[in-house]
Design a protein around this ligand. Structure first.
Ligand code: SF4
Length: 473
């Protein structure tokens, strides 16, 4: 009998279900939704094991619990897997309760950093959840779909017949990444995911995993390791070519915690894109210490138009305490490299770490004005379980939100030693409004929008952003 595998982002508000970033989509300045690539890879793996697969991204289409119920009743799954976040766990588990009602024997599996680091508690609290995936999911899912008994599958945490939570041995990281199949994009509604720049179809390419940094608010390293693993250039090119040729997608985000880290790999990839004549437009993440003119020039030639940096903060002491491992002033050099090479800069800043004060907020505001990035966000730090920041918040009693799962980049859930969560939320809102309302910023952004033929698109995005900021209380 063929296994029937149902993969999903379950019905909920729209969150980035990406372990490193679990924010509400509408909390971000640049509103963009990417297809669930990780689920797409798992779908390909399940197919390789002979399974029949359905894949649903309910939050992107505003899908409801009733819709989910109808879908599973018609698909009749043997295994359901969902991707969860720190903010949505309880809601996500409701999907398993519904599934169990109809299919008492269905295997229910949850993945995600948020559930992995508190698996013991979650498995006790939610009896309809059978298995939590710990570490990278692909090889584990392959074995589960192939029918291997859960007690012999590495990388799972599960409940035995006596209700005891069992931690199986750890699953080694996937290496090389090239042995993973490409995501099953035929299962995505590709037209749902559009570029915030030009409203054309967009997708993400997961070209690397791991991050050598140990920022105390970020689970990237603990989930994917501190060694950066890259797919080969040929393997990434195979995916790009498929996206362009088969799906007509020409806008990309290279998802990778530090995409520009390994210079040779980066330049080889850019050269391959140029040589293949792929006319694509893309963005990526970088760090201030892994960008230079040679890299930036190649990136531009290969279609890159925007580079995102986690500048995080202006205050060196706070940067050091958050273990970012970079000099604040280096941001200016990185931004200058990008500008010299025709690349836009998207700056991410984190406020609300425990050491934040009125004065450090003022510092960050002046810093961002001086740096003047093309796009920017002040994200309020949220203590994700499993991070060092979470430990500090628990130890020092910094929670203020009545429900810790509430709160996020726009709405502070915790206070600092000097500021309340309400003060942080209000500061962010006002600071963003003041920064966006600068005439010079509006003029520059409109000029860019006009030059790329996207004026009406930018205008709509600005109105949406403004009303979202004004609605924050
Ligand atoms: S540099 Fe820091 S914030 Fe960025 S992915 Fe690595 S650990 Fe996370």
């Amino acid at each position: 009998m063929t296994t029937r595998v149902f993969l999903m982002n379950p019905p909920s508000e729209l969150y980035r279900r990406d372990d490193r970033c679990q924010s509400k989509v509408d909390d971000q300045t640049v509103r963009v939704v990417f297809p669930p690539i990780e689920l797409g890879v798992l779908a390909s793996i399940a197919r390789e094991e002979g399974a029949e697969v359905a894949l649903k991204d309910y939050p992107t289409v505003g899908g409801t619990g009733e819709q989910f119920e109808r879908d599973i009743c018609s698909f009749r799954p043997d295994l359901i897997l969902l991707n969860t976040t720190a903010h949505t766990i309880a809601q996500d588990m409701e999907a398993f309760r519904i599934a169990r009602k109809h299919f008492p024997k269905v295997m229910t599996v949850a993945k995600g950093e948020a559930v992995a680091v508190q698996a013991e508690r979650i498995l006790r609290e939610f009896p309809h959840l059978d298995i939590v995936l710990d570490g990278e999911a692909e090889d584990t899912v392959r074995e589960l779909v192939a029918g291997r008994p859960r007690e012999s599958v590495a990388g799972v945490i599960w409940r035995d017949g006596d209700g005891r939570v069992v931690h199986n041995p750890e699953r080694p990281m996937v290496e090389p990444l090239d042995r993973l199949p490409l995501p099953a994009r035929d299962l995505f509604d590709n037209h749902l995911y559009v570029s915030p720049e030009n409203a054309q179809p967009i997708t993400a390419i997961y070209a690397q995993r791991g991050c050598p940094a140990k920022c105390i608010f970020c689970p990237a390293g603990s989930m994917f390791g501190y060694k950066v693993r890259e797919r080969s250039v040929g393997n990434v090119m195979r995916e790009l070519t498929e996206c362009v040729g088969k799906y007509g997608i020409r806008n990309f985000l290279f998802h990778g915690d530090t995409f520009t880290l390994h210079k040779k790999w980066l330049i080889d990839l850019c050269r391959a894109i140029v040589d293949a004549g792929l006319e694509i437009r893309w963005g990526c993440n970088s760090r201030v210490d892994t960008i230079d003119d040679e890299r930036a020039a190649w990136m531009r030639r290969a279609g890159c138009w925007v580079v995102a940096f986690g500048f995080e903060h202006a205050n060196q002491e706070i940067l050091d305490k958050m273990k970012k491992g970079q000099r604040a002033e280096r941001a200016f050099e990185a931004a200058a490299v990008c500008r010299r090479n025709g690349l836009k800069v998207h700056g991410f800043f984190v406020i609300g770490m425990p050491w934040e004060t009125r004065q450090t907020l003022e510092e960050i505001y002046r810093f961002v004005r001086r740096l003047n990035p093309d796009f920017f966000d002040f994200n309020i730090a949220y203590p994700l379980p499993g991070t060092e920041f979470y430990e500090i918040v628990e130890r020092d009693g910094l929670w203020e939100a009545p429900d810790p799962t509430k709160g996020g980049y726009a709405q502070a859930a915790v206070r600092t030693y000097a500021l309340s969560s309400a003060e942080l939320t209000a500061w962010r809102r006002q600071a963003l409004l003041r920064m966006y309302a600068r005439p010079s910023y509006i003029y520059r952004t409109l000029r860019h929008a006009a030059a790329t033929g996207n004026t009406s698109h930018y205008a709509r995005a600005a109105v949406r952003r403004l009303s979202s900021l004004l609605s924050i209380r």
